[in-house]
Design a protein around this ligand. Structure first.
Ligand code: 5RP
Length: 233
């Protein structure tokens, strides 16, 4: 499958950041899956870590591989979080949420000492926005919230956004996130000022969280066919 080797190499490079005794946040998605699998191999060989999952999907994966999980509420420090991204822009600003896990992903990444992003070269962009920006909204009033999100995007400088409610895979039903919310996929084309857009979106009642991660990633690892390119922020 396309980018498989790059994703695998990015995950392998992220293992260099893992140390015995760490509490580690586990991301969601196909790239994060490679990391969980590599971590499981090391745990089987004696590595002592405990982990927190960013989604029910990752929880199931971790459990199936024997990766020790602890409830987030019992943790006072997360040393490291390793997660994928849908786009990585200048300054390490991310779009996340393609897998609908952005709320837990952001809470856990933001609570971590160090977020390492693992990705493939297709996600490395000069301007964010080709990937639709996911915005998580409460089910209560979501149609009005969608209109207000559209307004906020326009006011933040996006020319002709299109806001679409995400459907559950292979279904006509709306997707429901692990947190019981819906996702608006905001087709922006380009997001010229991510910080401004983030601020406008955060100001809309009914928006639980948006997929712009600003100032959270400290390391971005872009896997290549033969290794990985590492950018520190
Ligand atoms: C899930 C995410 C993922 O990290 C993002 O969608 C990237 O996934 P993949 O590694 O499968 O390309 O944000 O909510």
């Amino acid at each position: 499958m396309a980018y498989e080797t790059e994703k695998q190499n990015a995950a392998a490079a992220a293992m260099d950041y893992v140390e015995d005794g760490m509490t580690i946040g586990l991301g969601t998605g196909s790239t994060a899956k490679f990391f969980v699998e590599l971590l499981a191999d090391e745990i089987a060989d004696g590595l002592l870590v405990r982990c927190i999952e960013t989604s029910e999907q990752t929880r199931a994966l971790a459990r199936s591989l024997g990766v020790p999980l602890i409830p987030f509420e019992q943790v006072d420090r997360i040393h490291l979080t390793v997660d994928g991204a849908d786009e990585v822009g200048p300054g390490g600003v991310l779009i996340k949420g393609g897998g609908a896990a952005l709320l837990r992903e952001k809470i856990i990444a933001n609570a971590s000492d160090h977020m390492v992003v693992i990705t493939d070269p297709s996600k490395d962009v000069a301007v964010l926005g080709a990937f639709p920006l996911p915005v998580e909204v409460t089910p209560f009033g979501y149609t009005i919230t969608a209109k207000k999100v559209h307004e906020a995007l326009v006011n933040s400088g996006i020319e002709r956004p299109r806001v679409e409610l995400r459907k559950a895979p292979q279904s006509l039903d709306l997707l429901v996130t692990d947190g019981g919310n819906h996702i608006l996929d905001c087709h922006c084309g380009e997001i010229p000022d991510p910080a401004r857009t983030a601020a406008y979106l955060s100001g809309v009642p009914g928006v639980v969280e948006h997929g712009l991660f600003i100032g959270i990633a400290r390391t971005v690892i872009i896997g290549t066919e033969t290794g990985a390119r590492i950018i520190e922020y």
